[in-house]
Ligand binder design. Structure first.
Ligand SMILES: N[C@@H](CCC(=O)N[C@@H](CS)C(=O)NCC(=O)O)C(=O)O
Length: 216
């Protein structure tokens, strides 16, 4: 329970899923307290933390009234509804705009996230654990991401953002893994496609995201 009446995020600034929530909080202009749950020493698997998140993943958010919720995308959606009128509006109004927003959200989780996550796992996390990336796997994932981003290029030649004409959670959800891909030297995936490049530059240069990047 958040005893001090502040929003509490349990997570780590290096965690992509935690970053997704932190950037949503920054877009909404909401203050929060970050309580570190250290994945490196297994703190996420202690009975105390498992009470907050039964899968032992980060992040979990405890709202200022004690309401508790986990899973980064669900948390972001919750924050948008709960703190409507604060900061950036992250889910559009109107049935058709909402439909296109949901389409964008689904594209991110079905088409982008799984390949981007695997690429980051192979090129970044494996190295952090002392291993070497398997270059065949990297090449295969690069091919799969290229196919996805070719479709993004078509979509973004007709609309400004992935969920319609305005910046929404559908774009924001891409930021943590998108940034990790760039950091892992995969920036050509974005840069070689003019509309994708323009979109990526627009969303990754938002001050909310820059404030999250600055935490590490
Ligand atoms: N779908 C979850 C995924 C959360 C997730 O996988 N978090 C990672 C850190 S980025 C984690 O906690 N890994 C450790 C574990 O799951 O044991 C979300 O978006 O919140």
């Amino acid at each position: 329970m958040s005893s001090k009446g502040v929003i509490v995020v349990y997570g780590m600034t290096l965690s992509t899923a935690t970053q997704r929530v932190l950037v949503a909080l920054a877009e909404k202009g909401l203050d929060y307290e970050l309580k570190v749950v250290n994945l490196m020493n297994g703190e996420n698997l202690t009975p105390n933390y498992l009470e907050k998140h039964p899968f032992g993943s980060i992040p979990t958010l405890v709202d200022s009234d004690g309401f508790m919720i986990y899973d980064s995308r669900a948390i972001c959606r919750y924050l948008e509804k709960k703190y409507k009128g604060h900061g950036t509006e992250l889910i559009p109004k109107g049935i058709k705009a909402l439909g296109l927003f949901e389409q964008g959200v689904s594209i991110e989780s079905s088409n982008f996230d799984s390949f981007a996550r695997k690429m980051v796992g192979e090129k970044v996390l494996k190295k952090m654990r002392g291993g070497e990336p398997d270059m065949n796997t990297v090449a295969q994932l690069r091919g799969q991401l290229s196919e996805v981003l070719d479709v993004y290029e078509k979509i973004l030649s007709k609309q400004s953002y992935i969920g319609g004409e305005v910046f929404t959670l559908a774009d924001l959800f891409h930021l943590p893994y998108g940034a990790m891909l760039v950091k892992a030297g995969e920036n050509e995936l974005f840069d070689s496609r003019p509309h994708v490049k323009q979109w990526w530059n627009k969303i990754s240069n938002r001050s909310a995201w820059k404030s999250v990047v600055a935490l590490n």
